[in-house]
Structure formats: structure tokens, C-alpha cells
Design a protein around this ligand. Structure first.
Ligand code: NAD
Ligand code: DAU
Length: 339
């Protein structure tokens, strides 16, 4: 493999992956990114220009996608509308990017017989009860809850059909919640870190008992790189690092690590349809492909992430006020739970 197309490579996880590929291989990277509110060319700053090229454009643009896919050896498709709260406000870009965009990429990969890796999420499996010892596996039935997760589930199914019907050389990975540098301040962990830096109390949805299974973005990158090189065609791999934490535990850890009283947070309106718990069993990835996470101490990874946001205010500051303004409007409305 000499050249890779990374869609969404100016977003959070995509940019971390581009940094990973440059640091760990000789492969050149073409990034295709629309630079939506969530994309930031600054996340690629400092990377060698002779190895990384940013093309600003839409994954749903069939001509552009065809032209880019034909010049590479493999595609890793990260581009998506990724935020559940936004999908409750307006689902339409989720359908366009996550479903139509994936369809365009699959058609181009099919036309040019290019290896394709699809980045998906554990949310396609729905949620687990808080007291259920079970975790998601590759065999768990799909049961998405939100417009975001249902469009991701639909895109996974398109990939499976293109493998079966057209022999596309594709793999899928479904990862749990990522944290680390370059994550947009709309997301839970960076929102609370930057709130504390701004002297605002962290905001916990509902009672804060919901559980997420946290993995550092670097570990997600190493897992995707492993699947891209050694994964079995047509196979799905779940990616997780045994990082289950309740939202309340995460907020308390952030406050403690930032020298604040651990109860200095505020409960706000819950997310409608809020998934209770996600948990990944990554046995297949570990036993079949030998992958292991590097960040096994969540608090150490969180502490490094806090340091990154402290040192990179110029990266997140331009998005902060608009993001909080949007949340303030939503959080002022009384909660109505649809289920
Ligand atoms: P993000 O929102 O930070 O980044 C998405 C990127 O895609 C942005 O750079 C944006 O500009 C770009 N993009 C959006 N629409 C586009 C379009 N039509 N054409 C081209 N580019 C477009 O998202 P993220 O958190 O980095 O997530 C990346 C991928 O990983 C997504 O597919 C998401 O479903 C998946 N994922 C995320 C997590 C997580 O915890 N964040 C966990 C598992 C899987
Ligand atoms: O599980 C993987 C998924 O993780 C990805 O597919 C999504 O792209 C990614 O956004 C993430 O989805 P979540 O909805 O779990 O992430 P979010 O950061 O929005 O919220 C994490 C948890 O924190 C969730 O239970 C909601 C809660 N929350 C969130 C915000 C923004 C709060 O309590 N307060 C907040 O201010």
C-alpha cells in the first residue's frame, strides 16, 4: 500500500489516524473533508506536505469521489455527521453524509477495485441495561436508537451488501467512545474540560448514570491500521479498551484532575432517547489479529487530554461560544422523554 484516501481526516478521529499513519508508515495520505463545523484543517498542521494532501469536498460528490478513489490503494472512510444531539435537531445532513456519502464511496471503490475500510460505531447495537453483564459482540443484532446511529447502521449494511453482491474488498470496525486531542468541544469530555477552563460548571445529562466505554483515539487508530493490513475481507471487528465509566464518574475525574471540588457540576435536561450503556467485547480483534490498546489507564489518558486542551486554546476557542449558545437553548427546554 502506497497511498491512502482518508475521508473525514480533518475531524477528531480521522485527524488522529492521519497523524498515526504518517508517524508509523511510509504511506502517503489524501484527506477528503468537507470542513463542516466539525472539521478543522488546523488538526493536520505540522504534517509533511509531501505526504499529506487535503482536498476540501463532499463524500456525496460522485465525480470527485471517483477521481480520488481511482488514484489510491485503499480508502478509510471516517467522514460522517457524528453528534447524536445534532441528529435530534436536524437529521437531514446525517442521511446525506452517512448514507448517501457511503454509497458514493462504495460505488467508486467497486468501480476501481480498491480496498475499503468502513469506520462505524458501537451505537449500531443500541444500548444495554446498566445492570446487564453482557457486552456487544460482532453477533449482537443491530438496534440503533437515534437518527445518527440509524444512519451509521444503514451505512454498515450497505458495506455488507457490497461485499456479498459485488465482491468488494471491505472490512468494518465498530468502535466505542473515543477521547483524546482534536475532539470538538460539543462532545462530552472536551465540553466539560473547556467549561472548567472557562469557569463554567460541567453539565451532566439526567442523573449521569449512563455508561460509555472509553478508548483513546490513538488506540482506535492502531486498531484500524491493524484491520486494514491484516483483517479478513468481509469481516467486522469490534474495537474497545475495557474502559467502562459512568458519565458521573468521568465528570468527577475531570474536576478532580483540574483541582476543583468533585461535586462542582450541574445536572441538566436529559438527552431524548438517551442510550443507557455501551460496552465492547473486542476478543476477536485481540485473538485473531493480536491487537492490544496502549492506554489502559483511563485517568492517565484523561489527564493528558486535559493538558492538551490547556495548551491548545487557539484550536478550540473559535468553536466554544457558538457551541455553548446552542446547548443553552436546548437545555432551557423541559425534558420530554419519548420512551
Ligand atoms: P467528527 O465530527 O469530529 O469529524 C467528522 C469529519 O467528517 C469532519 O472533519 C467533517 O468536516 C467531515 N465531514 C462531515 N460531512 C462530510 C461530507 N459530507 N464530506 C466530507 N467530509 C465530511 O467525527 P469523529 O468523532 O471524528 O468520528 C469519525 C468517524 O468515527 C465517524 O464515522 C463516527 O461515526 C465514527 N466513530 C466515532 C466515535 C467517537 O467516539 N467520536 C466512536 C466510534 C465511531
Ligand atoms: O459510542 C460511540 C459514539 O460515541 C460515536 O458513535 C459518536 O460519534 C460519539 O459522538 C459518541 O456518542 P455519545 O452520544 O456517547 O457521545 P457524547 O460525547 O455526545 O456523550 C457522551 C455521554 O455524555 C452521553 O451519555 C451523553 C453525555 N453528555 C454529553 C454531553 C455533550 C452529558 O452528560 N453532558 C454533555 O454535555
Amino acid at each position: 500500500m502506497r497511498k491512502l484516501l482518508v475521508t473525514g481526516g480533518a475531524g477528531f478521529i480521522g485527524s488522529n489516524f492521519v497523524h498515526f499513519v504518517v508517524a508509523n508508515s511510509d504511506v502517503d495520505v489524501v484527506v477528503l473533508d468537507k470542513l463542516t463545523y466539525a472539521g478543522n484543517a488546523a488538526s493536520l498542521a505540522g504534517l509533511p506536505e509531501d505526504r499529506v494532501r487535503l482536498v476540501v469536498g463532499d463524500v456525496a460528490d460522485a465525480c470527485l469521489v471517483d477521481a480520488l478513489v481511482r488514484e489510491v490503494d485503499a480508502v478509510v472512510h471516517y467522514a460522517a455527521e457524528s453528534h447524536n444531539d445534532n441528529s435530534l435537531d436536524d437529521p437531514s445532513p446525517f442521511v446525506e453524509t452517512n448514507l448517501v456519502g457511503t454509497f458514493r464511496l462504495l460505488e467508486a471503490a467497486r468501480a476501481h477495485d480498491v480496498r475499503y475500510h468502513h469506520i462505524s460505531t458501537d451505537e449500531v447495537y443500541g444500548d444495554l441495561d446498566l445492570d446487564d453483564p453482557a457486552r456487544f459482540t460482532e453477533e449482537t443484532p443491530y438496534n440503533p436508537s437515534s437518527p445518527y446511529s440509524s444512519t451509521k447502521a444503514g451505512s454498515d449494511l450497505l458495506v455488507r451488501a457490497w461485499v456479498r453482491s459485488f465482491g468488494l474488498r471491505a472490512t468494518i470496525s465498530n468502535c466505542s467512545n473515543n477521547y483524546g486531542p482534536y475532539q470538538h468541544v460539543e462532545k462530552f469530555i472536551p465540553r466539560q474540560i473547556t467549561n472548567v477552563l472557562d469557569g463554567i460548571e460541567p453539565k451532566l445529562y439526567g442523573d449521569g448514570r449512563n455508561v460509555r466505554d472509553w478508548i483513546h483515539a490513538d488506540d482506535h487508530s492502531s486498531a484500524v491500521w491493524t484491520v486494514l493490513q491484516h483483517g479478513r475481507i468481509g469481516e467486522t471487528y469490534l474495537i474497545g479498551a475495557d474502559g467502562e465509566q459512568s458519565n458521573k464518574e468521568v465528570v468527577e475525574a475531570i474536576l478532580r484532575l483540574m483541582g476543583q471540588p468533585s461535586d462542582a457540576y450541574e445536572h441538566v435536561r436529559d438527552r431524548p432517547g438517551h442510550d443507557l450503556r455501551y460496552a465492547i467485547d473486542s476478543t476477536r480483534l485481540r485473538t485473531e489479529l493480536g491487537w492490544r490498546p496502549r492506554y489502559t489507564d483511563f485517568e492517565a489518558g484523561l489527564s493528558a487530554t486535559i493538558d492538551w486542551y490547556r495548551s491548545n486554546e487557539e484550536w478550540w476557542r473559535p468553536s466554544k461560544a457558538a457551541t455553548e449558545h446552542k446547548y443553552a437553548a436546548v437545555e432551557a427546554v423541559p425534558a420530554v422523554q419519548p420512551r
